[in-house]
Design a protein around this ligand. Sequence first.
Ligand code: HPA
Ligand code: ZN
Length: 326
Amino acid sequence: SDLHALIERLPKAELHLHLEGTLEPEMMVALAERNGVDIPYASAQEARKAYDFSDLQDFLDLYYVGMKVLVTERDFHDLTLAYFERAHADNVRHAEIFLDPQGHTERGIDFDVCMRGVLSACEETEERFAITSKLILCFLRDLSEEKAFETLEACKPWLDRIEAVGLASAEKGNPPSKFARVFQAAADLGLKRVAHAGEEGPAEYVEEALDVLKVDRIDHGNRALDDMALVRRLKATAMTLTVCPLSNLALKGVARLEDHPIRTMLDLGLRATVNSDDPAYFGGYVNENYRRAADAVGLTREDVIQLAKNSFLGSFLGEEEIYAHL
Ligand code: HPA
Ligand code: ZN
């Protein structure tokens, strides 16, 4: 359709993308073989069949198993480059990508190995595809504050290559306030801050991310709509929400895509964006998220253009760089 053609040709930024969530089953099987790592699937097809999730934790359980095949610098490089090839096909011009270092350091992979592999692929991407990128390192919120501080310490030699810290993994029972001190320390190092909030957790966690973690963006934020005072605050401060429709469908945040709040968010004047989260697990990269959401909730051409604009406005690019994209 015309709307799909518009989506495909619009320049976009992607602001909510877990690199480890771009690990396609084919690459998982190939890397398992290359590194002699055991995975619970005999084939890519078998892995895909297992991707039927009841909630966030159910997904995370498989996500942490899948990433065990990532061992060498070359693995992180190949994974990252494969993502950017897909992003290029979707006309993504800028990406701010999440890495979960603790998903690797906790199983004995060196922090610097991950960083070298990812960053060399980012450089290659800028040369080959003219896609710019920034890196956001997420703390795993189901692990301790102490572990997060160890991760922040490992960041110090890489500060000029890290844009922000984030907060990911199991939200329920792990409120933003658990990481108040480590986010303050990250701010003191000059890092920007984002946090997953209001994906499964309540509107109060969104408020806490703003008040306690002083975040520059909210990842997901769906549940903020339960609190109209919070909605007014998000609108008044032009707070960016990095929304992920196919993720919300896959993890049962919404029963049907027709029930997805993306259209409501735009109608309320919120700076919502569309992103792919863990595309290898949730059934589509960024354009597929735009297309499926647009069809399901009836986005207009103006809505789609606004979403693409919001993706640059909500990015951590400088003002001149943002306006060059609009
Ligand atoms: N939510 C929280 N943590 C995550 C996700 C998500 O959707 N994907 C990868 N880590
Ligand atoms: Zn996410």
